[in-house]
Design a protein around this ligand. Structure first.
Ligand code: FES
Length: 140
């Protein structure tokens, strides 16, 4: 995968409770929906990958957005049978690609992706005012 693209990591082993009726895991179905929806955005700098468990199994389905030198976001409770959820992710990535360090305030994220955020992690070399070096404090 190119370092220039935002990466959507989709847990393909999440269960959404519809496994018996569909014969496939919820995460796998979500990945199919997102991949299909995001196909048109591939040229705009988005890549998708499947991950076998992202350790948030109690909040299925799980997706993260990341890129080198940008914040990483993790979201839960995505429903593969609600197209609006996949659309919200696509909208989020469009905004993420334009934002310095990919940082998005709560109100900058699509409404569905405000309450169900599970984590926001700065890049290692972040220059964000949100990130404070503690080394001198620890060394004292
Ligand atoms: S199976 Fe999806 S987070 Fe564990």
């Amino acid at each position: 995968m190119s370092d220039e693209r935002a990466v959507l990591s989709i847990c393909i082993t999440c269960r959404d409770g519809r496994e018996t009726e569909t014969g496939t895991r919820g995460g796998s179905r979500l990945a199919e929906v997102i991949h299909a929806e995001i196909g048109g955005l591939a040229a705009a700098g988005v890549a998708c990958r499947g991950v076998k468990c992202m350790s948030h199994c109690k909040r299925p389905c799980i997706v993260s957005v990341s890129q080198n030198d940008k914040f990483t976001y993790v979201f839960g409770d995505l429903d593969p049978h609600k197209p609006a959820h996949a659309q919200a992710l696509i909208e989020l990535v469009e905004r993420y690609n334009k934002a310095p360090e990919g940082f998005l305030q709560r109100m900058d994220r699509p409404e569905f992706l405000r309450a169900n955020i599970l984590g926001r992690f700065p890049p290692i070399r972040s220059v964000s005012p949100l990130v404070l070096r503690l080394d001198p404090i620890v060394a004292e």
